[in-house]
Ligand binder design. Structure first.
Ligand code: CTP
Ligand code: CA
Length: 224
């Protein structure tokens, strides 16, 4: 970590990092979201700055300090995140999708507060675009693309599937079933998948993990 920081291996590189949850409005007072704290994306953005990169940090609603020196883009919904990514991805050397993107949004957002009436209320949801999969098809040949995966079962099979389908260079898979890992934690236990291998890393704090991820992404960039 210290050696990497002295070397500034990301000097002159443009990095786009997404993090945190998305919120999908139901009506003017309610929304659908998930438990993402945004800590992993934040740690990756802080590390990228320390390693010398020019950083665009796109994030959903989070409760974390600003990343010093980064271009900060706050979004709410998955569609806003997609727009922000489309505005910034084209000349990026690295893109990391650490955001916990809502898979569905409400098919229509009620203009007024929904009043409680019947015993059952049904909401209709529409699938959101898969931003990482879109990036997998649109990024330039020099760009290193990193995805995440959150699984509660069959981690390796599901994560390998996502790695292939979304055309990532690296995929960081989290198991929600292990203690010391996941959304609200300061630590994570991950398996990192690339074309050539899958590595299970020991439990570590998200900042240390951010440098482990950057080390691998930089090596992949050198191979491009
Ligand atoms: N992702 C994305 N756009 C979406 C959903 C997910 O870009 N609409 C990205 C996430 O940022 C993450 C990766 O895809 O980098 C995997 O997210 P995950 O939720 O684990 O996988 P999904 O493909 O959404 O599949 P599922 O939730 O059904 O397991
Ligand atoms: Ca998902």
């Amino acid at each position: 970590e210290d050696a990497l920081q002295r070397e500034k291996p990301l000097q002159g590189k443009k990095v786009v990092i997404t993090g945190g949850p998305t919120q999908e409005a139901i009506d003017p007072v309610r929304y659908i979201t998930n438990h993402s704290s945004g800590k992993m994306g934040h740690a990756l953005a802080v590390a990228a700055k320390r390693l010398g990169a020019s950083v665009t940090y796109i994030h959903g609603p989070i409760n974390l300090p600003a990343v010093y020196g980064a271009d900060d883009v706050a979004i709410t919904s998955a569609q806003e995140l997609f727009t922000a990514v489309k505005d910034t991805y084209a000349d990026a050397d690295f893109i990391i999708m650490a955001a916990a993107v809502g898979d569905y949004r409400c098919s229509s957002i009620a203009a007024e507060k929904i009043k409680k009436n019947d015993a059952v209320l049904t909401l209709e949801l529409t699938k959101n675009p898969d931003i990482l999969a879109w990036l997998g098809e649109h990024v330039s040949a020099k760009c290193v693309l990193c995805g995440f995966a959150m699984e509660t079962q069959d981690l390796l099979a599901h994560a390998t599937d996502k790695f292939k389908k979304k055309h990532c260079d690296l995929l960081v898979a989290n198991s929600l079933k292990t203690s010391g890992a996941g959304f609200q934690c300061d630590t994570n236990i991950v398996t990192i998948i690339s074309e050539t291998q899958s590595e299970e890393l020991p439990i570590m704090d998200k900042s240390a993990l951010a440098y482990e991820i950057w080390e691998r992404l930089i090596a992949l960039h050198h191979k491009k």
